[in-house]
Design a protein around this ligand. Structure first.
Ligand code: PMP
Length: 435
């Protein structure tokens, strides 16, 4: 660390006529504040330096600049479905507005929503949570992940994250003062962490308190089967101090398989699992900011304490929409959106399979992303994405943002027409680069 000394000379004409630091006269408080801050930068929490700005920001800011200059960009960057929430959800929101349902709710959410969540988890996953004290509704799954992490891992602790990962995980771990242990998975194993890899990581990192499992995965679309999860859970029996943060926000969006298994339902796992889910993906309620964590009472209590000091509660209106999403939207309605997404996935996979040098080792079985390997076209996936944006006006996210250099993430949750435009642009871009 650099230590800097400075002299502040107060002249007899008064405090505001001081000289600092290279004998410049200071005549106002703002000049004084500016002159006394190191390199004119404000003091910031040192944690900020441990957090990476997102590489996607680089792409996004260029997209915004281009759009501001009237250039039309095809963007397959966002993790957001292109369909609307179900009519029952929109009606419930409108009714809540009309009823003046605008007050703070309980920190953990309305009892109606917690009961609906508990019933949903029991019906579809076979796990029994007490709505009174084992469910904490938050402002989106993102907040729920962060609070779950803060509650169970702190300074000196380690958190195992399989790569490729959702970019927020390692940054949230740093914000909690903990250390990420990144376990590199392989394309050939569907980018899923194996039991051997987990055991090795746990043995090499005895300070591990938590594992984050994103199932289905953003960005790979990989889904752990019940057998694969059981193998990981078997390993965990030898490490009772380690909990699992199961981010299951994409669990209803699965293809070619009946369902996505839930970690909390595996034998012996309930007491050490925090299940995060939300309404942004299957219910397309992204802007309503609604998610939750379900966890055994002592952990849920700790999360509630954190939330009580951060945001008090999720929006009362969104919570009314959440009750409708769980109680009034049928499985068939969700399934019809899943079928549309499957059609888009199949289209993108078919297109990619005819592009030389582009490899999709294992077709994604869930979420709405595919993460093909583009390393045939060079090592720098960020540069490849920047070139693609400049030359073809197509925005995709570089895989290095997800801890997967050499790959590029494509989100296919958009219209088939836009996907067709995007695939043509990608093909044209790659054609000129073929070796
Ligand atoms: N987890 C994962 C893996 C995600 O992809 C996202 C959204 N991109 C979230 C959590 C957060 O979702 P939200 O805050 O919108 O509920």
């Amino acid at each position: 660390m650099k230590l800097r000394a400075a002299i502040l000379i107060l002249s007899n004409t008064g405090f505001l006529d001081a000289w600092f630091p290279s004998l410049r006269p200071i005549r106002s408080f703002s000049q004084l504040r500016e002159a006394t801050s190191v390199d004119n930068k404000p003091y910031l929490n040192p944690l900020i330096d441990s957090i990476q700005p997102s590489k996607t920001v680089e792409i996004f800011s260029q997209v915004k600049d281009m759009e501001a200059n009237g250039i039309q960009v095809t963007s397959l960057c966002v993790g957001e479905p292109d369909f609307l929430p179900a009519p029952a959800v929109l009606d419930a929101l409108a009714e809540a507005v009309k009823a003046g349902d605008t007050r703070y709710t309980a920190v953990t959410g309305t009892l109606a929503l917690r009961k609906a969540i508990a019933a949903d988890l029991q019906r579809r996953k076979g796990v029994k949570y007490n709505p009174a004290n084992e469910i904490v509704v938050g402002n989106g799954a993102k907040q729920s992940v962060y609070q779950a992490l803060l509650a169970t891992s702190g300074v000196g602790d380690s958190v195992i994250i399989p790569a490729p990962y959702w970019p927020s995980y390692p940054e949230m771990v740093s914000l909690a003062g903990s250390t990420s242990v990144i376990v590199e998975t392989k394309a050939e194993t569907g980018y899923l962490m194996t039991a051997e890899q987990l055991r090795k990581a746990l043995n090499e990192n005895p300070t591990t308190k938590l594992i984050i499992l994103c199932n289905p995965s953003n960005p790979t679309g990989g889904v752990y089967s019940k057998e694969q999860l059981a193998e990981l859970c078997d390993v965990l029996q030898d490490y009772p101090q380690v909990k699992v943060l199961a981010d299951e926000i994409y669990e209803r969006l699965v293809y070619d398989i009946d369902e996505c298994p839930s970690v909390a339902s595996m034998p012996g796992m309930f007491s050490r699992t925090m299940t995060v889910n939300g309404f942004s993906k299957a219910h397309a309620m992204t802007g309503l900011r609604l998610g939750y964590v379900a966890a055994p009472a002592p952990i849920a209590r700790a999360i509630t304490t954190i939330q009580s000091q951060l945001t008090s509660c999720a929006s009362s209106l969104s919570q009314a929409g959440g009750v409708a999403a769980l109680e009034k939207v049928s499985d068939e309605e969700i399934e019809s959106n899943v079928q549309l997404l499957k059609q888009k996935r199949d289209y993108v996979l078919a297109e990619l399979s005819t592009m030389p040098g582009v490899k999709v080792a294992v077709p994604p079985q869930g979420a709405f992303y595919v993460l093909p390997d583009f390393s045939y076209y060079g090592d720098d996936d960020t540069q490849l994405c920047l070139d693609l944006l400049q030359e073809q006006k197509l925005a995709l996210v570089p895989g290095s943002s997800f801890g997967a250099p050499g790959t590029i993430r494509i989100s296919y949750a958009t219209s088939l027409e836009e996907l067709a435009v995007a695939m043509t642009k990608l093909r044209t871009f790659l054609e000129v680069r073929q070796k």
